[in-house]
Design a protein around this ligand. Structure first.
Ligand code: FMN
Length: 209
């Protein structure tokens, strides 16, 4: 009887040294992916720095590379002039050439794209960015500031210009109202409120814990 038990123990030891069995008994601990492990790119367009402030808050929470979109020919300073120019560009489909080019776009898994609402649309420079970079297979996360009239068609246009990407729920908050002389508003209570909303949103979409 003792010999049978010994033999049985020996056989089970040998069997359990086989790779399949040892795996089943001892599965490798699954590495939990944190946003820090993913390669995050945060690209934003901002004129009066409200969207920039939101981009910096996101950057603080998820890390990654923060890039401001720059144009080859900057827009006019004058508000009425930029409104007119953007309306014409939206009408004609003109894509303003960018100074910014991300040559290492293939290295990023998650791409945040931030922009103000312009003429209830996605601003032309962000259309240029999405058209010029291949974001297939990546996760895109839009964020926005506006004067209180909302995102318009901007998030839909992001989807249309990156049809092979996974689009996560976007974030939007009220920013400045340049038309009325209200420029930068992301300070004091508003800044605190935006920080809290961003934390909740990033948790909801699973990008922070
Ligand atoms: C050319 C232009 C067009 C705009 N059009 C809109 C609009 O259609 N709806 C809106 O709510 N705000 C509009 N705004 C206001 C901006 O979206 C808002 O001030 C935003 O917070 C600016 O972001 P920034 O500070 O990052 O530039 C417009 C601003 C500019 C300069």
């Amino acid at each position: 009887m003792k010999r049978i038990i010994k033999l049985w123990v020996l056989v089970s030891m040998v069997v359990c040294m086989l790779p399949a069995c040892s795996k089943a008994q001892n599965p490798p601990p699954e590495k939990e992916e944190t946003p820090k492990d993913r390669n995050v790119l945060i690209v934003y367009l901002s004129r009066t720095k409200n969207t920039k402030a939101i981009a910096e808050m996101i950057h603080q929470k998820v890390g990654g590379t923060l890039v401001a979109l720059e144009l080859e020919t900057p827009y006019p300073e004058d508000y009425q002039a930029i409104v007119q120019q953007v309306a014409q560009e939206n009408e004609s489909g003109f894509l303003p050439p960018l100074k910014t080019r991300i040559d290492t776009i293939q290295n990023y898994d998650v791409v945040f794209v931030g922009f103000p609402t312009w003429g209830m649309q996605l601003p032309p420079p962000m259309k240029s960015f999405l058209t010029q970079h291949d974001l297939s297979g990546k996760t895109i996360v839009p964020f926005n500031t506006n004067a209180g009239y909302g995102i318009g068609s901007s998030f839909e246009t992001v989807k249309a210009l990156a049809p092979n990407s996974k689009l996560l729920e976007g974030f939007t908050t009220r920013g400045g109202v340049e038309r009325d002389g209200v420029y930068f508003v992301m300070e004091g209570e508003k800044e605190k409120q935006a920080q809290e909303e961003i934390t909740k949103w990033l948790r909801r979409v699973g990008l922070i814990k």
